[in-house]
Design a protein around this ligand. Structure first.
Ligand SMILES: NC(=O)c1ccc[n+]([C@@H]2O[C@H](COP(=O)([O-])OP(=O)(O)OC[C@H]3O[C@@H](n4cnc5c(N)ncnc54)[C@H](OP(=O)(O)O)[C@@H]3O)[C@@H](O)[C@H]2O)c1
Length: 290
């Protein structure tokens, strides 16, 4: 057991922004950093690439869609370190605009990984978080509440429910399940949701972050903080390399949130922009995008 050693985990970190977060954490975090990937070959290649740059993360397989994989990793951390200090929930998928899959399928698959698997992974890992742990949920500019833009009573009611300070995880889960169900028949717009599975998944993640922080505020372990973050529009496979920011620039705000010092005032349960601005998730405005 690496007793007393701190440990940080980044999901989906064999490439893209997650890879750059691991790289920056290797330079700044006082402890072991885990690069994780669903595919061991891709993970091994990423570890090798970092090794050539002089960085030496730990590695573990992790597919957040696979509960057994998540449990194996949790058990590994528990037995090797006795807990977890930093968790960056970065893994996600996005269908391309021109994807041939029907919207119903895109909704099912996108919400599965980006919302339901991320939520389940949190529920598996949160019991082993140590006092002063930092959790970062990678959201998006698409995850701002005002991406539910309608001014009819259905959309207003949806925004009100999602932003309620009494919203529970169970209620949020049921709402997101409702989106997926409505998407099967193309009725999601009628219920006020955006016409984007990806945006809905990230709205869900930012709403979840607020609920999670309320739970941490009442946790016996002191000073656990979670925030959601828009990393910027970044040059990765997900954006077909159209984003202007480098992966290192995309890693700046997530890594800053992962390394918030002990007993800091905030941000807590916040929605943070890539330039570290704290954005009002409920009322906006959002700063101009990158
Ligand atoms: N790029 C942007 O401009 C942008 C903007 C806003 C938000 N974001 C968010 O930033 C995060 C990183 O995005 P990115 O642009 O770096 O995307 P990316 O290059 O496509 O990388 C996504 C990573 O997630 C992994 N992944 C997907 N499903 C997984 C699963 N079930 N279990 C474990 N890992 C899984 C991928 O693994 P494989 O290699 O095996 O596919 C890959 O390592 C995402 O949450 C994304 O939504 C990105």
């Amino acid at each position: 057991m690496s007793a007393g050693k701190k440990v940080a985990v980044v999901t989906g970190s064999n490439k893209g922004i997650g890879f750059a977060i691991v790289k920056e954490l290797c330079q700044k975090f006082d402890g072991d950093v885990y690069l994780t990937s669903r595919d061991e070959g891709r993970g091994g290649a990423a570890v090798e690439e970092l090794g050539k740059l002089g960085f030496h993360p730990q590695y573990h397989q992790l597919d957040i869609d696979d509960e057994a994989s998540a449990l194996r990793f949790r058990d590994h951390l528990q037995s090797k370190y006795g807990g977890l200090d930093v968790l960056v929930n970065n893994a996600a998928i996005a269908f391309k605009n021109a994807a041939p899959e029907p919207f119903s399928q895109q909704a099912t698959e996108t919400l599965k990984t980006n919302f339901f698997s991320t939520l389940r992974f949190c529920n598996i890992m949160f019991p082993i978080l140590r006092p002063h742990a930092r959790v970062v949920n990678v959201s998006s500019s698409a995850g701002h509440l005002l991406k539910i833009s309608g001014e009819n009573s259905v959309a207003i009611d949806l925004r009100k429910k999602l932003s309620s300070s009494e919203l529970t995880t169970k209620e949020l889960t049921e709402m997101i399940e409702g989106f997926v169900k409505a998407a099967q028949t193309g009725d999601h717009l009628k219920f006020g949701w955006p016409n984007s599975a990806y945006a809905t998944s990230k709205i869900g993640i930012s709403a979840l972050t607020r609920i999670q922080q309320r739970a941490f505020d009442n946790d016996s372990r002191p000073d656990i903080i979670v925030n959601s973050v828009h990393p910027g529009y970044v040059d990765t496979d997900m954006t077909s390399h159209k984003g202007p920011l480098t992966i290192e620039q995309g890693a700046v705000a997530p890594t800053w949130l992962a390394l918030l010092p002990p007993n800091v005032d905030g941000p807590k349960g916040g929605y943070v922009w890539y330039d570290k601005q704290i954005v009002d998730w409920v009322n906006g405005p959002t700063p101009t995008a990158v």
